[in-house]
Design a protein around this ligand. Structure first.
Ligand SMILES: Cc1ncc(COP(=O)(O)O)c(C=O)c1O
Length: 384
């Protein structure tokens, strides 16, 4: 079986984890934790990093740090993971959805302005499968309407977006640098992984301090065990941070490998009819976190059938996200009832991603592409 993700921990991971163990600093303090927060914030172009237990927690902390309340609205993509909407709903605020762009699969930013109301407090952008959201229009709208940006860069470590710079020119800026608060996941399938893990980045001192409080049960610095607010325990450990530090050291090599993989897939799959492959817009430097493809309806196949047939050939895949507006859990809360987002609905039904882990070999890529071709050809013959 070729798995959808196998991590490659071939740098200083073992040395640093062993060092963390022998130092005795295995919980929420220690030199690796400090270094991981500082190095990741610096790499992404923000002042502060607050490491947390996972990417969902990072979103929960970010949403609460913005003090979102009942009646507030946050505009977000429907095509994303549940964690994004969860963070908003938990604060009592209302997610307002926009559809996906049919090419990048990120939120269609041309639909944003029409969704802004007097209640809008923030825009949540989510870079999908390694390709950045088009940030220039988002930055302009956030400025025009004085909205905060929550930037979920869980899937876009190291990706870049071309935006206007202060001198009237254009400059490449890393994902994670755009948010009032930006969030990351370091789950095992992420580009930088700590097994489980997440981080909130910000350049606002007050938001950083607030995020740190929220990540740690709202302990107060003046009086220990005295609480005026409730929050969960979202702490990260020095042991996990040791893994992260080792990967930041070699992130350019990791990103090169992702780029090699996407190129290898595209070279072999571009000639096949009936599938849409990942794009890279001129204003984007994608990191191709996961290599997605969307089946044309003309193939007579949907992603679930395609996945099953690939699995029978030894290839594991993952389905694309199911839009937030199609989630029963939100309908039960009277959210998004009767709403339709045609692009998200189509790609949710027709999209999946192929094995994309860092440990994949060139021979495995060949095998995946041969299987994709075999299933497509079989169905084309059936249809003919
Ligand atoms: C875009 C996005 N945001 C948030 C998360 C949640 O991260 P975690 O699984 O670390 O909680 C994920 C997880 O894959 C994700 O893809």
């Amino acid at each position: 079986m070729i798995h959808v993700n196998e991590p490659l921990l071939d740098g200083n991971e073992q040395t640093y984890v062993a060092e963390a163990i022998s130092s005795g600093w295995i919980s929420h303090a220690g030199k690796f934790l400090k270094r991981f927060e500082q190095d990741w914030a610096a790499y992404c172009g923000q002042q502060h990093g607050i490491a947390v237990s996972n990417g969902t927690a990072a979103l929960q902390v970010a949403a609460r740090a913005l003090n979102l309340q009942q009646g507030d609205e946050v505009i977000m993509p429907t095509f994303t993971i549940i964690s994004c909407a969860l963070a908003i709903v938990e604060c009592g605020a209302t997610p307002v959805l926009v559809d996906a762009d049919p090419h990048t699969w990120c939120m269609d930013v041309s639909q944003l302005e029409a969704k802004i109301t007097l209640r809008t407090k923030a825009i949540m952008v989510v870079h999908i499968y390694g390709h950045p959201v088009e940030m220039q229009p988002v930055l302009e709208l956030a400025k025009k309407y004085q909205l905060a940006i929550i930037e979920d860069a869980a899937e876009a470590h190291g990706a870049q977006c071309l935006v206007n710079d202060a001198s009237g020119g254009k400059a490449w800026q890393r994902c994670g640098s755009f948010g009032t608060l930006s969030t990351f996941s370091f789950y095992a399938n992420k580009i930088v992984t700590t097994g489980e893990g997440g981080m909130v980045l910000t350049s606002d001192d007050a938001l950083a301090a607030r995020s740190r409080e929220l990540a740690n049960m709202c302990f107060q610095s003046e009086r220990r065990f005295y609480h005026t607010e409730l929050s969960g325990n979202f702490r990260f450990t020095n042991l996990q941070a040791a893994l992260g530090v080792a990967q930041i050291e070699r992130i350019e090599t990791i990103l090169q490998r992702k780029r090699w993989l996407s190129k290898a897939y595209t070279q072999r799959l571009a000639r096949l009819k009936g599938i849409q492959l990942p794009v890279e817009k001129p204003w984007a430097r994608s990191v191709f976190w996961m290599y997605g493809l969307v089946l044309d309806e003309s193939t007579g196949l949907d992603a679930a059938t395609f996945a099953k047939e690939l699995y029978a050939l030894g290839i594991e895949t993952r389905p694309f996200f199911l839009g937030m507006h199609e989630q029963p859990v939100f309908h039960q809360r009277s959210l998004f009832v009767g709403e339709h987002y045609p692009v998200a609905e189509r790609i949710a039904k027709q999209g999946l991603y192929l094995p994309s882990g860092l440990a994949i070999t060139a021979m495995q890529v060949e095998a995946v592409c041969a299987a994709v071709s075999q299933v497509l050809v079989k169905h084309a013959e059936v249809a003919a």
